[in-house]
Design a protein around this ligand. Structure first.
Ligand SMILES: Nc1nc2c(c(=O)[nH]1)N[C@H]1C(S)=C(S)[C@@H](COP(=O)(O)OP(=O)(O)OC[C@H]3O[C@@H](n4cnc5c(=O)[nH]c(N)nc54)[C@H](O)[C@@H]3O)O[C@H]1N2
Ligand SMILES: Nc1nc2c(c(=O)[nH]1)N[C@H]1C(S)=C(S)[C@@H](COP(=O)(O)OP(=O)(O)OC[C@H]3O[C@@H](n4cnc5c(=O)[nH]c(N)nc54)[C@H](O)[C@@H]3O)O[C@H]1N2
Ligand code: SF4
Ligand SMILES: [Mo]
Length: 719
């Protein structure tokens, strides 16, 4: 029987509300449901593709697999796989201790709510500190910044309240990634930018590419990549020179202004303009607007966090935001005080913690945890370096790390060195191909979720519950079920807790002890997670389009007393790195810089094989400025060789006038690990092969260089 059902998409942080037409176990159609969603009716092309994926497109996995002695994958019953995995994990822990086990949390895991919560419980029950995630190969420069500077507990202003939005290397119209890293709204981002322009909000975009979001910019600055630290040091220089920084805010909440003044003194606007190859007047104008703004929000996306000196880039961007007082103030309206997890923001500084300098450390480097995680780029050496506490078993939950890490030679060697590699995924991705067990897990439309991932990100308070719309295939289990079933077999009881970033799982007292004999009911678990919600779970169940709680107005509270903490604008390691940057020169061996970019149709390596994606992107094009193409005598569609210090790939060139000269822009996680000379035959080019996991890693988070990678290009000789 055909019927319609409400749900929300779980592909990205926008969590778009949807109405799906269901017919006897098949999903027929999907449309946006704007009836309650704070974003109105909106969804992107990946919403549609997720319906097709559910129905079997992209070779969805319908049962678990085990690699046999000959390296072939054979189907295995999930219960049998779980028995074997539990026995092998127990044996490894008995022999080598709990640190033999590690987990990697990928992009697909962030919106698998019960899976994410039980993953933390599972690691805690085993007693291993080895948690890795995409964050440290993405934008953990922002975590480093809050760890060195501290942060304002009042939070950043909502987009509707902002009168100046500065977006640095961030393209939310495509990526839907905004709050809390940058200004904008995740759902219907174009509509939000258009409305902001109408309100008179000034928008500055700083990006080597005049991208989809730059259409809304009042000031577009198009630098060479990798110079954000210099540009923002120069903007700080101007704000201090002109005394146009926010004195009310800085007198009360920041420290080290003098050290900052000294450190940025050499970073004149002329120097920054010359380094980044932009007009000096644009840097002066940006600083002038930032100085004038009443409610600014200066933020960034992945661009600065993936380029050289990424921690410094994001630190200097945040320094400018702090100089401008870009935070909510006591008495300011809080538009979204949280629904499932209510919060009351206070205007006070949370002190810089430098968590990585203390506590449990990595085994191969003297570095501790950053927001509870170890740096993912260190995973290969934590696996391969001989000695005590080697990682011997890795659980990959919703990720494709062998591609995400880059440097395939090193990544593949490490993954092949594992005694036990388990991948939980509905796709047979490149990492799964190296696994001992691939556990086929359910699709979002087959499981229970609530909007925990969006709770603090929505522009207004909102929550939605998504029950399964359809039964999962017989051979498939839920992500959470893996952790529960393996723990049950290992006699390790699990506790369900409401964990969010910044919390230490061990220190959360409120918990629900799970029944380890009988499969827990996911609804009971979600009901527990909703116990502090402003909207009771039953009300969410009764309102399938979601609920916008009708709340009294919420305001940022003043601190009851001064806790003494201040934002540390210029700690010694930041000042030192600024000094290094000042002395640096570009590498004369390379004529181009490769930058990162995302496409609407794919989500990293997921959906790149969807029909709509492949129509437009038979490969991930190597975009190049047409004038550069003419200078290199390259024609549209021609095959090129791209060389970096660490590797070579072949790619297909495509002209893009929106890109500045000197830059080649490509989407990541396409193609295959072992690159051939024929990108068309490999359905793309794997840009990760151009980066190294041993050279050019940043301090603290060991972030590899994924953008602003020095390269050369040449016509590829036909084979
Ligand atoms: N459709 C879709 N959405 C996604 C994803 C996806 O794959 N597809 N991926 C998700 C993930 S995992 C993430 S992390 C987010 C990322 O979200 P965003 O950061 O918004 O992602 P991008 O679109 O890659 O935008 C990065 C921008 O940085 C610019 N850039 C590169 N290097 C530099 C630099 O050195 N300086 C400056 N100023 N700019 C630079 C690039 O030109 C590009 O426009 O998106 C998420 N959303
Ligand atoms: N060269 C280069 N490298 C990069 C980047 C770059 O820009 N350039 N970007 C970096 C960034 S920002 C990131 S985030 C990483 C991405 O690295 P990963 O997160 O490791 O890679 P993804 O391709 O996003 O893998 C997501 C997997 O989750 C699966 N999945 C989707 N939904 C679910 C679900 O509900 N349950 C389960 N179990 N699985 C699910 C998908 O099928 C897919 O296989 O790559 C990083 N690497
Ligand atoms: S923007 Fe697209 S991928 Fe993201 S939640 Fe909405 S429909 Fe899904
Ligand atoms: Mo990411």
């Amino acid at each position: 029987m055909v019927h319609k059902a409400k749900t929300f998409c779980r592909n990205c942080g926008a969590l778009c509300s949807m109405e799906v037409t269901v017919d006897n176990g098949r999903l027929l159609d999907v449309v946006a449901d704007g009836s309650v969603s704070p974003y109105g009716p909106y969804m992107c092309i990946k919403g549609q593709s997720s319906i097709e994926f559910h129905n079997g497109a992209e070779d969805r996995l319908l049962h678990s697999l085990k690699r046999d002695g000959q390296g072939r994958f054979v189907p295995i019953d999930a219960a049998q796989a779980l028995d074997e995995i539990a026995a092998q994990l127990t044996a490894l822990i008995d022999k080598y201790g709990p640190r033999a086990v590690a987990l990697y949390h990928g992009t697909g895991a962030y919106r698998s709510v019960l899976g994410g919560q039980l993953e933390k419980s599972f690691l805690s029950a085993i007693g291993t500190p080895n948690l890795f995630s995409t964050m440290t190969i993405d934008q953990s420069a922002k975590w480093v910044t809050s760890g060195r500077m501290g942060f304002m507990a009042s939070g950043k202003p909502a987009f509707v309240d902002v009168d100046l939005a500065v977006l640095v290397g961030n393209n939310p119209v495509v990526s839907h990634q905004t709050y809390p890293f940058g200004p904008g709204e995740s759902g219907a981002p174009g509509k939000a930018f258009a409305a902001a322009k109408k309100r008179g909000t000034r928008i500055i975009v700083i990006d080597p590419r005049q991208h989809e979001t730059a259409r809304y910019a009042d000031l577009f600055i198009q630098p060479l990549p990798g110079h954000d630290a210099v540009i923002f040091a120069a903007i700080a220089h101007i704000l201090l020179r002109d005394e146009s920084y926010n004195k009310r805010f800085c007198d009360r909440f920041v420290t080290q202004l003098d050290a900052l003044r000294t450190a940025v003194a050499p970073f004149t606007p002329e120097l920054a303009a010359a380094r980044a190859d932009v007009p000096v007047a644009q840097i002066e104008l940006a600083a002038q607007w930032i100085g004038e703004a009443r409610c600014p929000f200066v933020g960034s996306g992945s661009g600065p966090s993936m380029s050289a000196h990424s921690n410094l880039n994001d630190h200097m961007i945040e320094v400018v935001n702090a100089l401008a007082g870009g935070y909510r103030k006591a008495g300011d309206r809080v538009r979204n005080p949280g629904t499932l997890n209510p919060r009351t923001p206070v205007e006070t500084v949370v002190a810089a913690e430098r968590s990585w300098e203390k506590g449990v450390k990595c085994r191969t480097v003297d570095i501790g945890k950053l927001f509870g995680e170890f740096p993912t780029a260190l995973l290969p050496q934590e696996i391969m370096t001989p000695g005590e506490d080697r990682i011997r078993a890795l659980i990959v939950f919703g990720g494709n790390p062998v591609m995400g890490l880059g440097d395939p030679e090193r990544a593949v060697a490490a993954f092949n060195d594992l005694d036990l590699l388990i991948v939980l995924d509905p796709r047979m991705n490149a990492t799964a191909k190296l696994a001992h067990y691939v556990i086929a897990t359910s699709q979002p439309f087959e499981r229970h979720d609530i909007t925990i991932a969006g709770d603090s990100l929505y522009p207004t308070a909102f929550a939605q519950y998504a029950p399964p719309l359809i039964e999962k295939p017989a051979g498939v289990i839920d992500d959470w079920e893996f952790f529960w079933a393996v723990a049950a077999r290992m006699n390790r009881p699990l506790l369900l807790k409401y964990w969010t970033y910044g919390l230490d799982f061990e220190h959360i007292r409120d918990c629900m002890a799970l029944d380890m004999q009988t499969r827990p009911d996911p609804e009971d678990m979600l009901r527990f997670l909703c116990r502090n919600s402003r909207v009771p779970f039953d009300e969410l169940v009764a309102n399938p389009s979601g609920v916008r709680p009708d709340m009294a107005e919420h305001f940022v509270l003043p601190a009851t007393e001064d806790n003494g903490a201040r934002l540390q604008l210029c700690p010694a390691d930041v000042a030192d790195e600024l000094g290094q940057v000042l002395a640096e020169h570009s590498d004369p061996r390379f004529r181009y810089l490769l930058t990162c970019r995302r496409m609407l149709e794919a989500m990293n390596s997921a959906y790149r094989d969807a029909e709509r994606t492949r129509r437009k992107y038979p490969v991930n094009w190597a975009y190049m400025n047409p004038t550069d193409m003419a200078a290199e005598a390259l024609n549209e569609g021609e095959r090129i060789a791209i060389d970096s210090e660490c590797g070579q790939i072949h790619a297909v060139v495509k002209a893009e006038a929106a890109l500045r000269r000197g830059v080649i822009s490509m989407t990541h996680l396409f193609g295959e690990l072992q690159a051939s000379r024929d990108p068309l035959q490999q359905a793309g080019s794997f840009t990760g092969a151009l980066t190294s996991l041993q050279q050019h890693l940043e301090p603290i988070n060991f972030m590899p260089r994924f953008s602003g990678v020095p390269i050369n290009v040449a016509t590829a000789n036909a084979d």
